[in-house]
Design a binder for this molecule. Sequence first.
Ligand SMILES: [Zn+2]
Length: 203
Amino acid sequence: MARSKYRIDVGGRECVICKQYKLWGEFNRQKDGPQGFMCKCRFCCSDYASKGYQENRESSRERSRKWHKENRKRATERNRNWHQKNKEKRKENDKLHRRSKEGFLKRKYYSMKLRVQGRCSNPHLWALCPLLPKEDFFEWSNNNEDFHRLFQEWGEAGYPRKLCPSVDRVNPTWGYEIWNMEWVTQSENSRRAQITRYGGNIR
Ligand SMILES: [Zn+2]
């Protein structure tokens, strides 16, 4: 066997491409190679390391840059389409999530939180209004027959807005606290709000 100018021993060898000494584990097997391995390490054999790949990548990048430069309008269009497509997808997922009890309650709690924090359209109505802890809200809802019944009816009717379960505060001057909360339909909640706005009594 001809003497190799590369360092080879029982533990490994110098790769003929990257010239690094690596253990045999880093080389693919080759029956007639020294010690039964190839002279190029696994990394140097891989597409990633090959010159063709690098050149290819560079030229494909170059082509893409050029295309974008020459087709600015189409590029924005494509971009917009992509966002639009994903928006639809996101909307769809969102809808499914809203129609699961867990997702529904999470969302409901979040909107209550926004209100009491004054991050809503009429913050003056809600400022400093107390809000029960999230865990309590979930526990109360999951043990609430009205919630389960309304949720069921809402789904069976095809999720119309007016039948959407909604949390009513029995006394609207007080906050979201268990003794002051009731699950009703969205339309019942609005009806009550209308009445109390004009000083009436809901009972
Ligand atoms: Zn190598």
